[in-house]
Design a protein around this ligand. Structure first.
Ligand SMILES: Nc1ncnc2c1ncn2[C@@H]1O[C@H](COP(=O)(O)OP(=O)(O)OP(=O)(O)O)[C@@H](O)[C@H]1O
Length: 652
């Protein structure tokens, strides 16, 4: 009843009117000779003409009908407004004769008083328009070339919007909404995209770059965008994402718009010395007009070094083909953006932070010794100096005029002050803010929470649950193998106990894909154990791409082609950015050595608002328990306890 619908019911109130004749002929008869003097209901009409007209006029049409008529009359007129009227609007239109509309901006300026952001109380008139046009000139931003067709609130253009919908992404995530306007700004803006794992950071940088691509998919030019990733697997994952948005066109050679610089193809490098092609040249040869180049910093350094050589020696070195020379020149001249995906890992931020903390600790210790009378020498820990990384070397040596001319975009779930300062140094910027704009998915209520623990947990997806399980060593008997040292026997017992704990945990869970980080135990051992226990779909990095007939492609979201629920076993260093479909559980077989490590591993589940649980297996050892406490403290998370038969459970 809040929005009642009004029905107009016409009721015939003339209940005493003569009944209607059943047929038209009878009706005509009943009207008879006097019909002219009677109305249709048989009431007598007065023949006095004036009275009759008067009577008709007194029955006025309802207001809405009269206003409606007026409106219809008004809108059906030809709108020329050349009639030289004297109202304000006519004056406004008259001004057009002196200053006709010629450009898109003229149209906006002219229509401004009727657009929702034009303040309603401003007087309509030429003065007003002139003022607005001056203002517009002052504020004039270079035009944004992004096509308009909305994906949620983002103008990504009809083609990309349809492909996004078709691939099951119906609206942008918060960080995608935040990143798009900043990255597409006509004034080149560097950006750091920082938001929890699984919030769509890849699309957050990819979409604005594709939308601002000069000439689109086939007009961008080779190597317009360079994406640096810590692993080749991540580069391939980005390639798959690009293929969804910009599918390879068979009529144009069927190559992907994103070239993933992987291991060098041996078939390109001949066996004998005369056929030998350098790895850099092999990569260069394989690039076929790809506008986006993605790869690890080491491979990219090799590629760009070779491109530099080829472009400067094309005329004198006979081994250089004209195609190679063209590609090399394009690589060096087209670059407009560089993305550092998982930037803190690429810039080895952790090592720099560790070194800084260690130096600070040393200073404090030194001061304490100086202030006390204690003469005993200070025990010094070895200082591990953070070395320059491959990415830093790549950025330093890139054969382009200046990094200032290229848009730099960094993305990671774990961005801190150290990383921002590193970037500031690399770009020679006066401050971290000047180096790059920080973009976060700020709609998360946790960011504004008064509870500091809750604020800390913002690095992780909100729906991600955390659990730990204590490995029950007593469940495994002592190992007595004469071929093994005591230490090896203990290690083996630990491994068996951990595998048993893992198996017991998996057995108690709903059947859903699980990702295991095996820690020291290693990928192969867990794989062998699980296959021996009868699991069929046990995958490692090698069979993730679905190329082998035994393993269907992992993009498949339909569980029907799965032989059994997939179990992925992946080494920790490949955790970053990995996006495996439908993974509901992550198992870390020992507590990670840093909170950032935990964030990236646990974050393989609970992605894009889905549920997920991360299990950490902890042995009853001081260092492992301490690590788990430090992780819980840093990230502001509370663990659930997975019960175990042993009495050694620790409650954090
Ligand atoms: N707007 C969206 N709606 C639904 N799903 C999305 C959307 N954007 C991205 N995704 C999907 O979310 C998943 C995670 O995206 P992505 O890998 O970019 O996350 P991320 O933030 O980079 O995570 P990580 O920090 O772990 O690398 C992908 O499968 C991607 O296809």
């Amino acid at each position: 009843f809040q929005n009642p619908t009004v029905y107009v019911i016409r009721i015939d109130t003339n209940l005493h009117a003569a009944p209607r004749s059943s047929s038209p002929s009878q009706r005509n008869k009943s009207r008879g000779a006097n019909a002219a003097n009677h109305n249709r209901r048989g009431h007598e009409l007065r023949l006095n003409k004036d009275t009759r007209i008067k009577k008709k006029n007194t029955k006025r049409a309802p207001r809405w009908e009269r206003e409606g008529d007026q409106l219809y009359a008004e809108i059906s007129k030809q709108i020329t407004r050349d009639d030289g009227g004297e109202d304000e609007l006519s004056a406004y239109f008259d001004a057009l004769k002196k200053d006709p509309i010629e450009t898109v901006d003229d149209v906006h300026r002219f229509l401004k008083p009727w657009t929702s952001d034009g303040s309603g109380d401003e007087a309509v008139g030429r003065e007003n328009i002139a003022r607005q046009s001056v203002k517009a000139e002052e504020e004039k931003e270079p035009a944004n070339n992004a096509p308009t067709f909305m994906w949620g609130s983002l103008p990504v253009g009809p083609v990309l919007a349809s492909r996004l919908y078709a691939s099951g992404r119906s609206s942008p995530t918060d960080v995608q909404k935040g990143a798009f306007p900043i990255i597409t700004q006509a004034k080149r803006t560097n950006a750091i995209i920082a938001s929890p794992t699984g919030t769509g950071k890849t699309l957050a940088y990819l979409l604005p770059l594709l939308c601002t691509s000069p000439g689109g998919q086939f007009g961008e030019g080779t190597g317009g965008v360079l994406i640096v990733t810590p692993t080749i697997e991540l580069a391939c994952q980005i390639q798959r994402e690009v293929n969804v948005l910009w599918p390879p066109d068979e009529t144009k050679g069927g190559y992907s718009a994103c070239f993933a610089v992987g291991d060098v193809d041996d078939s390109q490098t001949g066996d004998d010395d005369s056929d030998w092609t350098s790895p850099g040249r092999s990569i260069l040869k394989s690039i076929t007009n790809s506008p986006i180049i993605a790869g690890t910093p080491k491979m990219l350094r090799m590629l760009y070094r070779e491109a530099n050589y080829v472009s400067s020696n094309a005329k004198i070195d006979r081994t250089i083909s004209s195609d190679e020379a063209t590609t090399a020149r394009a690589l060096l001249t087209n670059m407009r953006a560089i993305v550092l995906d998982e930037a803190d890992r690429l810039l080895r931020t952790e090592a720099v932070a560790r070194e800084a903390a260690e130096r600070k600790e040393r200073k404090v210790a030194q001061r304490m010794v100086e202030e006390s009378d204690d003469e005993s020498p200070i025990k010094k820990k070895r200082l591990i100096i953070a070395r320059e990384t491959q990415t830093e070397m790549l950025l330093r040596d890139l054969p382009i005029p200046s990094l200032q001319d290229v848009q730099i975009i960094c993305a990671s779930a774990t961005v801190g002050r150290t990383m921002r300062r590193q970037l500031m140094q690399i770009l020679d910027a006066p401050s971290a803010d000047a180096a790059a704009t920080l973009i976060t998915g700020e709609d998360d209520a946790r960011v504004k929470s008064k509870d500091s623990e809750r604020r800390k947990s913002v690095l992780l997806p909100e729906k991600l649950q955390h659990s730990y399980k204590v490995v029950d060593l007593d469940a495994i008997e002592d190992i007595e193998d004469e071929g093994m040292s005591v230490a090896e026997q203990n290690e083996e017992r630990m491994t068996r106990a951990t595998v048993k704990s893992l198996w017991d945990t998996i057995s108690s869970l709903e059947a859903k894909p699980i990702l295991i980080f095996p820690g020291k135990i290693g990928v192969e051992r867990i794989q062998q154990e699980f296959i021996a226990m009868g699991l069929e779909d046990v995958r490692t990095l090698r069979n993730l791409d679905g190329a082998s007939p035994e393993y269907p492609p992992i993009e498949s979201t339909n569980p029907s082609p799965w032989k059994s629920i997939p179990v992925y076993i992946i080494g920790e260093r490949f955790a970053r950015g990995l996006d495996l479909p439908n993974v509901e559980y992550v198992a870390m077989l020992s507590p990670p050595s840093s909170a950032a490590g935990y964030t990236h591993m646990a974050g393989r589940t609970g992605r894009v608002g889905r549920r997920g649980t991360a299990f950490t297996f902890v042995r009853p050892k001081n260092n492992e328990v301490k690590r788990l406490v430090a992780i819980a403290e840093t990230l502001g998370i509370k663990f659930n306890v997975v019960s175990s038969d042993s009495e050694t459970d620790i409650h954090l």
